[in-house]
Design a protein around this ligand. Structure first.
Ligand code: FAD
Ligand code: UDP
Length: 374
């Protein structure tokens, strides 16, 4: 019997496995239904020998020094500033929308002040910004909203931006200068040898056992450890007793081309055309030198692995019911994008996991193991 059973070998599960093993000196068994560690951040060398991300582009960026310090124990870093172009009206222009985006699309030569006036004349007054449509039309107006956001969001989420919480499109800023970086976080680096190598270092400890290709099985697994960390979908843990939480999935089509470069930046977005949302060319991210190039096309879908919790008020309501049930299980901890049903970036999952570890340590006397979910 182990002290802990951890379901999921992604960021949430691996950070907690590492902390518990090294700081509490307790034993951990990590299970994952996939045949690899690193969760959605998994990268590997494809048949051509190019390092690709199995589940689409993962770019590490954060303002949290503590997260960088923590992960730096397991990897060194390669500086990388992410840049994205969007194919709009037949042109490739910067997204987030910036001064160059507007000048190129409209054949103008505005300066920052001019762009500010341009936007002021177009933005719509929205008294109470609630939805993802509200966020964008109140910043850049309806025409740019339709060109850059409406079609992309409908593809990505299967919902109109007016049906999604504002947090979704609020992830994307608008700039009146020429800064064309996707993120402005202080720390923008990729793990020098890739994510999977970083995870292998995190999990390399005598107190940690790993079982891959193993799905959570409540009857079997509750007897395997005194405490559980669950980083799979929280509604699955409770056997969907309040109904299913909706998730959006993606189908990834990976392709290698016999040319050195296919596009000028790592990611090109397609808000107006194509069935896929974006195309990623990995060598831009990794710095790898190779005569061929590998790309991934992302096709959003409802079926498949749950990649994105869908931020809508009614889904939060349903999640709150699961959260309340979870709080009645003192020996089961729900963490990560699926365990907490939150649209979290990697650094946020690391921060959440480290904070969870602190809470575990603050929990004084060990509680009796609660037979989960029954
Ligand atoms: P996951 O990585 O999903 O790990 C959960 C693990 O649990 C999985 O390996 C799964 O197989 C396993 N599991 C689930 N259910 C079970 C079960 N029943 N039994 C056994 N195992 C189970 N974040 C960024 O910061 N920057 C980015 O650029 C970025 N790009 C992204 C691009 C895409 C396409 C996606 C989908 C996400 C992206 N993210 C990005 C978010 C990032 O993937 C997550 O923040 C991070 O992977 C979450 O870690 P996690 O451990 O919570 O979940
Ligand atoms: N978005 C969009 N057009 C774009 C880029 C983003 O409409 O060109 C919207 C879309 O709804 C997307 C959200 O902004 O889901 C957040 O974008 P982000 O790049 O952060 O998505 P992720 O990388 O998490 O898939």
């Amino acid at each position: 019997m182990h002290d802990w059973l951890i379901v999921g070998a992604g960021f949430a599960g691996s950070v907690l496995a590492e902390r518990i093993a090294t700081q509490r000196g307790e034993t951990v068994i990590v299970i994952d239904k996939r045949d690899h560690i690193a969760g959605n951040a998994c990268d590997h060398f494809d048949e051509a020998g190019i390092l690709i991300h199995r589940y689409g582009p993962h770019i590490f960026h954060t303002n949290a020094t503590s997260v960088v310090q923590y992960l730096s124990q397991f990897t060194s870093w390669r500086p990388y500033n992410h840049r994205v172009l969007a194919r709009v009206d037949g042109q490739l222009v910067p997204i987030p929308i910036n001064l160059d985006t507007v000048n190129r699309l409209y054949g103008l030569s505005l300066d920052s002040q001019g762009m500010e006036k341009f936007l002021a004349a177009r933005r719509e007054a929205v008294a109470d910004i609630q939805t993802s449509e509200d966020v964008v039309v109140s910043t850049v107006g309806r025409e740019l909203y339709e060109k850059f956001f409406q079609g992309y969001t409908r593809k990505q989420w299967g919902l109109d931006p007016s049906q999604l919480s504002r947090a979704v499109t609020a992830r994307i800023p608008t700039r009146t200068d020429r800064d064309d970086r996707y993120f402005t976080d202080e720390f923008q680096h990729m793990p020098a040898d890739g994510y999977t190598a970083m995870f292998a270092n995190m999990l390399d400890h005598p107190n940690i056992d790993i079982e891959l290709g193993t799905s959570w099985n409540p009857q079997r697994d509750q007897a395997r450890a005194r405490r559980i960390v669950f980083t799979g979908p929280i509604d699955e843990f409770f056997d969907y007793r309040f109904g299913r939480l909706p998730y959006r999935s993606l189908r990834f089509v990976h392709e290698t081309k016999d040319i050195e470069w296919a596009q000028s930046v790592a990611v090109v977005n397609y808000p107006q055309t194509e069935a896929y949302t974006r195309v990623t060319e990995y060598k831009h991210l990794t710095g790898q030198v190779h005569p061929k190039t590998s790309l991934t096309y992302e096709y959003p879908t409802d079926d498949g692995d749950p990649y994105y919790p869908i931020p809508r008020p009614e889904n939060q309501e349903l999640y709150r019911m699961y959260r309340a049930a979870a709080e009645r299980l003192p020996d089961v901890w729900f963490v990560g994008r699926l365990g907490a049903y939150q649209y979290l970036n990697m650094d946020q999952v690391v921060a959440q996991s480290l904070a969870t570890f602190e809470r575990m340590n603050a929990q004084r006397a060990p509680t009796a193991f609660a037979r989960a979910a029954q």
